[in-house]
Design a binder for this molecule. Structure first.
Ligand SMILES: Cc1cc2nc3c(=O)[nH]c(=O)nc-3n(C[C@H](O)[C@H](O)[C@H](O)COP(=O)(O)O)c2cc1C
Length: 397
């Protein structure tokens, strides 16, 4: 037997060597730190607070921080989500015309709505259950809005009661209501909100039958979709998210609600000039052009492309506010140029809150306001009053 053959026979086998190495590694304290919970996926670094540059930067952090069901609830639109995406596409169809020659530091975004001076026309849309995004919920959101002077619309389905939210900070609050068919609860809730300082009442009249396929697939829990309407005698079985509770709305609703309001009453969810005129007929004092962020009827238009139709129908009689798909400050400028008086941001504010709590929501609003100033400067306008139709060109399909 040759020397090398002797070595093979008497030395440890390759298998033994590997087994020895493996058991050494398994007992090494160094390696314990690298076991679960890290997945084997590619390494990705999340941006830190100081690295947030635009609103989109907050979205992956929001997604990482909340359970997937909460993420889906915030992200989803109806059915094939055509309108959800169209809301974003619409901004590609509006060009800003460069004006030039204005220093952003000299741009003034101050405006006025219902007798209140606002540092910016950028507002917070009502979105439900904000404690799902962050333990501070609406309390943190209100504090963030107050710090930047933004007006917050508080949802009817908030995680905290309206008076608690109102006490969390000093800033202006509006209250949004999904009216009930029985008028007693409306009277009670609207009274409570106005007593606690709501400066307007926003009545949401869209979202009557939404079908959220993303949730119905329940791809992450394997359980039952939580948004399917519960079967009760009052609520017959149907696959839609919104049950019979909201299917009865008629324009006469405003006849019933107006006497309950000592503050201006607005309608949220208008998408046609005809709808806007109806609002005026029924004494509505403000209109929010909205498709609920693509969560109402699918294959409807983006709110931006119908804005001018609504503005023309209203003829300056009441303020026109818009939401759905807004993510940048320049988006707000496009809407202001097409006749809006103010712009609401929904998901963007939730991303900020979910990513970093109150400071995150504050930063989102600060970024949006800074972007609006930049865009106004680039378009050559120094104040909200100077914004007009001439700074945009539209190319809606
Ligand atoms: C998670 C979520 C919850 C919402 N909850 C409400 C609500 O309680 N009341 C309401 O009037 N609108 C609600 N909306 C609609 C928003 O007020 C707003 O119309 C929409 O978010 C605007 O679109 P955007 O998210 O693209 O900005 C909600 C929207 C989202 C995304």
């Amino acid at each position: 037997m040759g020397k090398s053959e002797q070595t093979w026979r008497n030395g440890i086998s390759r298998r033994q060597a590997l087994a020895g190495l493996a058991s050494f590694m398994a007992s090494s304290p160094l390696l314990h730190a690298q076991r679960d919970p890290w997945p084997l996926g590619p390494h990705r670094r999340f941006l830190g607070f100081d690295e947030m540059r635009d609103v989109f930067d907050f979205e992956p952090l929001f997604r990482a921080n909340v359970p997937l069901s909460i993420y889906d609830y915030t992200a989803h639109g109806t059915e094939s989500e055509f309108t959800l995406y169209r809301n974003r596409d619409a901004f590609d169809w509006v060009q800003l015309v460069s004006g030039g020659g204005v220093d952003p530091d000299t741009v003034d975004t101050t405006t006025e709505l219902y007798g209140r001076t606002m540092p910016s026309p950028i507002m917070l849309a009502p979105t439900a259950r904000q404690r799902d995004c962050h333990p501070e919920g609406e309390l943190g959101m209100h504090r963030a809005a107050t710090t930047v002077g933004a007006t917050m619309i508080v949802s009817n389905v908030s995680s905290f009661r309206f008076p608690e939210i109102a006490e969390a900070a000093e800033g202006p609050l509006w209250f949004q209501r999904y009216a009930t068919e029985q008028m007693g609860p409306n009277e009670e809730v609207l009274g409570m909100a106005q007593e606690a300082g709501a400066e307007t009442i926003v009545v949401t009249i869209d979202q009557q039958a939404s079908f959220y396929e993303r949730d119905l697939h329940v791809r992450h829990t394997g359980g039952r979709a939580r948004t399917v309407t519960r079967r009760t005698p009052q609520n017959p079985p149907n696959p839609y998210r919104v049950g019979a509770g909201r299917l009865w709305y008629t324009w006469e609703l405003f006849d019933a609600l107006k006497p309950m309001c000592e503050v201006p009453i607005l309608a949220k969810g208008i998408l046609t000039g005809e709808g806007a005129k109806k609002c005026l007929d029924y004494g509505v004092e403000g209109i929010i052009v909205s498709n609920h962020g693509g969560r109402g009827i699918d294959y409807g238009p983006s709110s931006l492309e119908v804005l001018e139709e609504v503005v023309d129908a209203v003829g300056g009689q009441v303020p026109v506010i818009i939401d759905s798909g807004f993510r940048r400050g320049s988006d707000a400028l496009k809407a202001l140029a097409l006749g809006a008086d103010a712009v609401c941001y929904g998901r963007a504010t939730r991303w900020g809150l979910g990513a970093f709590g109150e400071p995150g929501a504050q930063k989102v609003l600060e970024i949006l306001n800074a972007e609006l100033k930049q865009a106004m400067a680039a378009a050559g306008v120094k104040s909200i009053a100077e914004i007009d139709r001439s700074i945009v060109k539209t190319n809606f399909p």
